[in-house]
Design a protein. Structure first.
Length: 335
């Protein structure tokens, strides 16, 4: 057996995750195992398996033409620092309890250094119609070579300044720019902080006016594009000056809601009962927001009226032409 790819040493912060990759070749295809030795002088190598360390360790291996194996460890702690060893062997007696293998396990090692995550103080301030987002590392940290600001996986701004403080300015109101923003300190390892711009739900209707035919199913939709997500959605219908709460238990209404969207389905639409204004209301820890959807229910015969009107017009025109032709005097008297 021989290695094609060996694991690489890495630095990580506590609460991060790490992934090590190993690839071996041989005939027959070799088996790959993962072993670990901590930094404690009295600690010896111990084999790792899938689900170890309270299910934080995941090992995936494939044996097709050659061997590949990946070990990933989530939610790292200081105890995860140490030497990780990828071992490979294709000796038939490699796992025998009494026999020694003829060919020893080949080994490839990588160090994982888990560094205590520095504290990052974040802040959002409003001034003169602008939002100022800031991050400040308030604890010892690795050497910083630059900064980035990221929102929805898009880089908003980056620089190559070396400092424990970074800020980003947004033109506009808080309600227009809510969401999760990341401040990234370029270092080894990379340090990330999170700045949240949180507002009450900015609920909007997918369509302000909906149409449905009598007897069909009506669908009304509202969404919340702001952050954080709505925790409670509710629907109301206006009538006689009051609003009635609509619930699934009524039988004719089906309400399906997620954090960012709610949908009201009305079964067997009725012209008299279901026509009107509907209100969707969303609530989170910062307040509430609502939107209005107007529903119009048409008769099943509504689609026939234009056709019947055209038929009537044709009949009237044909009748007029027929009468005119009957009463019109001939231009020439036949011989």
């Amino acid at each position: 057996a021989g290695f094609i790819k060996s694991p690489l040493s890495q630095k990580r912060l506590t609460q991060d995750s790490v992934e090590l990759y190993c690839e071996a070749i041989g005939n027959p295809i070799p088996e790959i195992q993962w072993w670990f030795e901590g930094n404690d002088p009295n600690e010896t190598y111990a084999q790792l398996w899938d689900g170890a360390r309270q299910d934080r360790v995941k090992i995936n291996a494939t044996y097709n033409l050659h061997s590949t194996s990946t070990i990933s460890i989530a939610n790292l702690t200081g105890d995860d620092s140490g030497m990780y060893e990828c071992r490979a062997s294709n000796d038939p007696d490699r796992n025998h309890l009494s026999k020694s293998p003829k060919v020893k396990w080949i080994r490839s090692q990588a160090n994982v250094f888990v560094i205590e995550r520095p504290e990052i103080a974040t802040q959002v301030t409003e001034s003169s119609g602008k939002l100022i987002l800031s991050c400040n590392i308030s604890a010892p940290h690795p050497t910083i070579t630059g900064h980035k600001w990221i929102h929805k996986e898009k880089i908003l701004e980056e620089d190559e300044n070396a400092g424990a403080f970074t800020s980003y300015t947004i033109d506009g109101k808080r309600e227009e720019h809510s969401g999760v923003y990341e401040c990234v300190f370029e270092a080894n390892p990379q340090i990330k902080g999170q700045v949240n711009i949180s507002v009450a739900p900015q609920v909007t209707a997918y369509k302000k006016s909906e149409h449905g035919n009598e007897g069909d199913t009506g669908v009304l939709t509202c969404k919340n594009p702001s952050f954080p997500a709505v925790t409670t959605w509710s629907w109301y219908k206006s009538g006689h000056g009051v609003s009635a709460l609509l619930e699934n238990a009524s039988g004719r209404y089906i309400i399906k809601s997620t954090g960012n969207k709610t949908e009201l389905r009305i079964l067997k639409l009725d012209i008299e009962q279901d026509t009107g204004d509907y209100f969707c209301n969303g609530t989170n820890s910062y307040g509430t927001g609502d939107a209005t959807v107007n529903l119009r229910v048409r008769s099943r015969l509504a689609a026939l009226w234009p056709f019947l009107g055209i038929v009537a017009e044709v009949l009237v025109l044909v009748t007029i032409i027929f009468i005119y032709e009957k009463r019109r005097k001939p231009d020439e008297i036949p011989d």
